[in-house]
Design a protein around this ligand. Structure first.
Ligand code: FAD
Length: 295
């Protein structure tokens, strides 16, 4: 398949890209790694009369840890660079662990963090991870920028809270704290396939072994990447015993998830996966959190 004809521009600065996006109107689209956009154009699932190639906008490609310990990632940073970064392994190990499940290395070499998040595919790992991490996103248009919490960014399948003319420019992940634990679990038919269901768990325990915060982000368990507030409420303020974890996993699968039925899996199977994977992820996340408090 070939895409319909489009014009192509290659800006070399963010200001130039934003101007071109503003002037291009509704049918102008930013091109990042092209790993989702190009196939969608080829299959005529997306429309664009102007592609604005962000690959020459160097200022969107960065990764560093701030003085306060938060991780800052430019939207055009390649998924593989984030996966292999020692800063990410230290500051946001959940992100590093989950990235190993995104497609294949060849695709991660080209695909960007910002492209995956702006694409807002409910079957993608990164939106669920950003929800669990409590990340926030900086978006910018010709008239300025604003921050959007991850919990307000994904509002429908393939729909992100970007206004026309806005680009996602930066992702901020809060600092890891002592007593934090994390784990990512998913089931896919083959390595590199999109997950049937996945779960990202980020938890914290205090010195007495009580859970002080818990966030669970889900892949393919609803129409968008989603959180599990009922499950989190069962965990917070309690010791994470096997019984408590099993109760939270049941609540996640029954009350928090609204999985689709499609050719890949039924709703019932996805609910079952959500329960089992939540339990596994919480077991590993709380074990890591406990290690942090060991003398
Ligand atoms: P692009 O494809 O260039 O863009 C995606 C969309 O985001 C477009 O609408 C584009 O206009 C918009 N966009 C891009 N950057 C910005 C920005 N800065 N601001 C605003 N809008 C922007 N992904 C998974 O998560 N899990 C998988 O298992 C998985 N498997 C895959 C398997 C295959 C065979 C392929 C080809 C892809 C797979 N992907 C998977 C998708 C991959 O992760 C893509 O890299 C990602 O979804 C999009 O990133 P990109 O940089 O390629 O963005």
């Amino acid at each position: 398949m070939k895409p319909p004809p489009f014009d192509y521009v290659a800006p070399s600065s963010l200001a130039e890209a934003l101007q071109q996006l503003e002037e291009g109107g509704f049918d102008a689209r930013p091109l990042a790694g092209g790993q989702s956009l190009i196939p969608m154009l080829n299959f005529r699932l997306a429309r664009a009369t102007l592609l604005i190639d962000l690959n020459g906008v160097d200022e969107l490609s960065f990764l560093h840890v701030s003085d306060d310990g938060s991780l800052r990632i430019g939207a055009m940073t390649r998924q593989r660079a984030v996966e292999r970064s020692e800063d990410v392994a230290r500051a946001a190990p959940l992100l590093a662990e989950a990235l190993g499940h995104v497609a294949h290395p060849q695709i991660r070499n080209r695909g960007t963090i910002g492209g995956s998040l702006a694409h807002a595919d409910p079957a993608s790992e990164l939106p669920a991870v950003m929800l669990a991490l409590g990340a926030r996103f900086r978006v910018e248009g010709v008239n300025g920028d604003r921050w959007i919490p991850a919990a307000e960014f994904f509002f429908g399948p393939f729909m992100a809270a970007l206004d026309p003319g806005e680009l996602l420019v930066e992702i901020e992940v809060p600092a890891l704290e002592n007593g934090d634990g994390w784990a990512f679990e998913e089931v896919a038919r083959r390595a590199g396939d999109y997950a049937l269901v996945g779960v990202a768990a980020q938890v914290r325990v205090d010195g007495a072994g009580v859970c002080s915060s818990a966030a669970l982000g889900y892949v393919n368990a609803a129409a968008t990447a989603s959180l599990a507030p009922s499950a989190a409420a069962i965990l917070v303020g309690e010791a994470p015993t096997p019984e408590r974890i099993a109760e939270a996993a049941r609540a996640a699968a029954t009350d928090d998830c609204e999985p689709p039925s499609d050719i890949h899996a039924s709703e019932a199977y996805r609910r079952r996966l959500a329960e089992v994977l939540t339990r596994r992820a919480l077991d590993r996340a709380f074990a890591r959190a406990a290690e942090a408090h060991e003398p």
